[in-house]
Design a binder for this molecule. Structure first.
Ligand SMILES: [Zn+2]
Length: 107
């Protein structure tokens, strides 16, 4: 049959997505929730936190994935290291020039 679906893999993914899993050794997530109390949901199997508190994703692993996240968060570059260094050098050069002109009597 062509259109067979691996039911076990699908159901496992569905269980993980919905956190409809067996209690994970009866340990709770215990992350601080918005009301300031510890979360009472069970963690994702094999993880320490529930799906709402970081159990579902652990972020990018590959260098390519990390670079993609950095690129996605880049807004205008006015706080980038390169821009700040350039601005710092320009202001230092300007201050130096002003000081030279003051010494020479132009200012
Ligand atoms: Zn939680």
């Amino acid at each position: 049959m062509k259109n067979t679906v691996d039911i076990s893999a699908v159901s496992v993914r569905a269980m993980i997505k919905t956190n409809n899993t067996e209690p994970n050794n009866t340990k709770l997530c215990l992350a601080k929730n918005r009301s300031g109390k510890p979360c009472q949901k069970y963690p994702i199997v094999g993880r320490m936190r529930c799906r709402l508190h970081g159990g579902l994703s652990t972020g990018p692993r590959t260098e390519e994935g990390k670079a993609r996240i950095i690129a996605a968060h880049y807004k205008h570059g006015r706080r980038s290291k390169a821009f700040l260094e350039t601005r710092k050098r320009m202001w230092a050069a300007l201050r130096k020039k002003v000081m030279e002109m003051k010494i020479q009597g132009y200012l």
